[in-house]
Write a protein that binds this ligand. Structure first.
Ligand code: SF4
Length: 363
C-alpha cells in the first residue's frame, strides 16, 4: 500500500530529466557518476554535452582522458571522471556494448558502489535492487522513525532493508509487484522535492503521499530526523599558492599529483603550508620535493588571497608569483605555457590561484 502511494505520486510529479529519456543504461551510468556529490541542476548541461560527445559505451571507452577531464571541469571530484572512463573501458573490454544488468557484476567495475550499481540495475534494467543515497536515507528514516545518524553504516543498513522489502510489495488489487524503476526514482524525487533537508526549513509534508503514514510527521520530528552526522573537527590551515614562472621555459611550474587520493593524477599549481616567511617556506618545500630551483629572490609579488576546502581541511592561501629557473627532477614536474594551461583540467585551488593572477601580466 505505502509503496504504491509513492509510485502513483511519481507518475504525476516525476522530474523531466534528460537521462530518463528512454532509460538507456549507459545514460544512467553517466548520470549517476556525475550526480555523486553534485546537484541535478548543475549536472544537466554537463550530461548533455557529454552525451553529444560520447553517445554510447563504445565511444566513451575510446575517449581521450584529457578531453574527458576538460569536459568534466567544474563538476569537481575528478576521480569520478577517471573511474567512469576506466569502467567504460573495462566493460568494453569484457565485450559489453552497454553496462551489464546485475548489480553484483556492476560493482566489480571502478567507481561503482552499492548505490550506483542499484541505480543502474533498477532504473536502467528495472531490477528490484535498492539504490540508497542520502536523499533516500532521509525519507525512509523519517517515514519509519529510524534514530541513527546520517551517513552511518547502521542507518544505511536499516534503510536498505526497508527499501528491499518495499520493492517486493504487491498491489492489493492487481497483485502486481511495483516497478523498481519507478519506485527508486520516486524515492529520489520525493527526497529532492518534498521530503527536503531540514537546513532550509521543514519538509513539505502537506504535499507528501506518505503524510498519513509517516512516523516523523505523526510525532512532529520531521526536522529532527535523520539524526545529525557525527563529523570530524575541521582543521583550518594557512598556505602559499605559488605561481613560479620561468622565462627560459616560458611557462608556469605545475606538479602532477599522485595517482591515488585527492585530485588524483591532476596537474596543479603548487601550494604548501605557511609557517612564516615566504622564502623560508619555499626553500623547505623545494627540499621536501627534491626540487633544485634558483629563484629570483627579489621577484615575489603577492597577488591576493583565496580559500578552498577538502575533506576536513579549510585552507586560506596567500597567492604569490615569483621567477624561477632550474632543471626539474622528473616527469611529475613541468612548465606549462598559458595557452597549454587552457587544455589542462585543474583542481579547484589551482583555478582559484589562476583567477588571482588573471589581473597581472605575468608572462
Ligand atoms: S510526511 Fe513529511 S517527513 Fe514524512 S516522508 Fe513525507 S515529507 Fe518526509
Amino acid at each position: 500500500m505505502i509503496p504504491w502511494l509513492l509510485v502513483e505520486w511519481f507518475r504525476a510529479h516525476a522530474r523531466a530529466l534528460p537521462w530518463r529519456d528512454g532509460y538507456d543504461p549507459y545514460k544512467i551510468l553517466v548520470s549517476e557518476f556525475m550526480l555523486q556529490q553534485t546537484q541535478v541542476g548543475t549536472v544537466i548541461p554537463y550530461f548533455e554535452r557529454w552525451i553529444i560527445r560520447w553517445p554510447d559505451l563504445r565511444s566513451l571507452a575510446a575517449a581521450d582522458e584529457t578531453e574527458a577531464l576538460k569536459l568534466w571541469e567544474g563538476l569537481g571530484y575528478y576521480s569520478r571522471c577517471r573511474n567512469l572512463l576506466k569502467a567504460a573501458r573495462a566493460m568494453a573490454e569484457a565485450g559489453y556494448t552497454s553496462p551489464p544488468a546485475p548489480a553484483e557484476e556492476l560493482r566489480t567495475f571502478p567507481g561503482i558502489g552499492a548505490y550506483t550499481a542499484g541505480a543502474i540495475a533498477s532504473i536502467g534494467y528495472n531490477l528490484p535492487v535498492p539504490a540508497v543515497d542520502g536523499n533516500v536515507e532521509r525519507v525512509i528514516s523519517r517515514l519509519l522513525g529510524i534514530e541513527e545518524p546520517s551517513g552511518s553504516a547502521a542507518l544505511r543498513h536499516r534503510v536498505t532493508e526497508a527499501v528491499s522489502s518495499m520493492l517486493n510489495d504487491r498491489n492489493n488489487r492487481s497483485r502486481k509487484r511495483i516497478s523498481p524503476r519507478e519506485f527508486n526514482q520516486a524515492l529520489m524525487d520525493l527526497g529532492a522535492m518534498v521530503c527536503t533537508p531540514s537546513r532550509g526549513g521543514v519538509p513539505f509534508c502537506g504535499e507528501c503521499p506518505w503524510e498519513n503514514y509517516c512516523l516523523a510527521r505523526k510525532t512532529g520530528r520531521e526536522a529532527e530526523l535523520p539524526l545529525p552526522r557525527q563529523r570530524a573537527p575541521i582543521s583550518r590551515d594557512e598556505a602559499w599558492g605559488v605561481l613560479a614562472v620561468s622565462s627560459i621555459h616560458k611557462g608556469i611550474l605545475l606538479h602532477r599529483r599522485p595517482n591515488k587520493g585527492l585530485w588524483a593524477a591532476m596537474w596543479e599549481i603548487p601550494w604548501f603550508l605557511r609557517s612564516g616567511n615566504f622564502w623560508e617556506d619555499f626553500d623547505a618545500w623545494c627540499v621536501s620535493c627534491g626540487l633544485n630551483l634558483s629563484p629570483d629572490r627579489n621577484s615575489p609579488k603577492e597577488v591576493g588571497y583565496t580559500s578552498f576546502s577538502f575533506t576536513t581541511h579549510h585552507v586560506r592561501a596567500q597567492v604569490v608569483t615569483c621567477s624561477v629557473e632550474g632543471t626539474l627532477p622528473d616527469e611529475t614536474w613541468r612548465f606549462f605555457s598559458l595557452r597549454e594551461l587552457d587544455d589542462v583540467s585543474l583542481p579547484a585551488p589551482s583555478r582559484k590561484f589562476l583567477a588571482c593572477f588573471e589581473k597581472i601580466d605575468i608572462l
